[in-house]
Design a protein around this ligand. Structure first.
Ligand SMILES: Nc1nc2c(ncn2[C@@H]2O[C@H](COP(=O)(O)OP(=O)(O)OP(=O)(O)O)[C@@H](O)[C@H]2O)c(=O)[nH]1
Ligand SMILES: [Mg+2]
Length: 277
């Protein structure tokens, strides 16, 4: 019989687009599962990551930036939020606008503790501005705590994860120690590829690019042979995604290959084909 005390809980990460939710998610999980980029709306699907340290097991949920038109996401939120133990509401240091306000108004409907995370604190030169801003926010809602972090520079992340542990109820772990996501292997690989297109493309095209894994095999030399489809809206997009003499798709392929190799710890051969949806 296992008599060891175990703690287990679920934490959702919300916030408007581009505040660094996925970067934070990866840092809390200590591995990269969610893709990130400087462009808005990078994350398009809810993603789950599991992190186990000794007696603590946390399930983190990364979400697309909440925007008004994202009705289906808000509906999903309604369904899951009551089963969660904590909300990490991520904002960009002391920047607060109507998008953040909308999210707060949505969260107020639920009876669940909220930690306000001031991310990208490395970008705030005058740290003295934090205190008046906290007072401003306290007038709006009784946040459980305010935590400044830099996800990119890994500042104060450890402290945040310690604080999160306090919110995990005593409960048996639901997963084995080495289980880290319920996303499929193919999905993670396709996201790694999509990330390179998002990062290397400009303007409106990045969001419309979809990536599908057509086949994934391991050959006798233990190399991963991956065939992927890059789906675009029209011929104009196809041209841009391929680039002159294929320069853009080659660049994305090289970068994605490196990333997948790190992930699977094996040699990877990636073949990408661009087609119209
Ligand atoms: N300077 C700085 N940049 C950061 C920090 N955290 C994230 N970023 C950058 O902010 C950009 C957005 O990061 P993401 O993690 O993709 O943001 P997100 O909130 O998940 O965005 P969506 O998925 O589009 O909603 C990326 O360029 C990150 O490198 C930080 O602490 N400091
Ligand atoms: Mg994201």
């Amino acid at each position: 019989v296992n008599t060891k005390k175990e703690f287990f809980g679920k934490i959702i990460i919300v916030g408007k687009s581009n505040v660094g939710k996925s970067t934070l998610f990866n840092k809390l999980l200590e591995r990269k599962i969610s893709i990130t980029s400087s462009k808005s709306n990078t994350t398009q699907k809810i993603l789950t990551g599991i992190h186990t340290v000794n007696e603590y097991q946390s399930i983190y949920i990364d979400t697309p930036g909440i925007v008004k038109r994202n009705k289906s996401f808000l509906k999903k939120l309604d369904k899951v939020i009551n089963k969660l133990n904590l909300v990490l509401f991520v904002v960009e240091h002391i920047i607060w606008n109507y998008n953040d306000e909308n999210i707060l108004n949505k969260l107020k409907n639920y009876n669940i503790p909220i930690l306000l995370v001031f991310n990208k604190i490395d970008k705030l030169n005058n740290k003295k501005l934090l205190l008046p801003h906290i007072n401003f926010l306290l007038n709006k809602f009784n946040f459980y705590k305010f935590i400044p972090v830099s996800s990119k520079k890994n500042q104060n992340i450890h402290n945040l994860s310690k604080i999160i542990q306090h919110f995990l109820p005593q409960e048996s772990h639901q997963h084995s120690n080495n289980y880290f996501t319920n996303s499929s292997f193919e999905f993670i690989i396709s996201e790694m590829i999509r990330e390179k297109f998002i990062r290397n493309l400009n303007k409106e095209i990045p969001y419309t690019v979809k990536v599908l894994i057509n086949s994934l095999k391991i050959n006798q030399q233990k190399e991963y042979i991956i065939y992927g489809l890059v789906l675009v809206n029209n011929n104009r997009h196809k041209k841009i995604v391929i680039g002159s003499k294929g320069i853009k798709i080659k660049l994305c392929n090289i970068q994605a290959t490196k990333e997948i190799e790190k992930f699977v710890n094996k040699k990877v051969k990636l073949f990408l084909k661009v087609i119209k949806k």
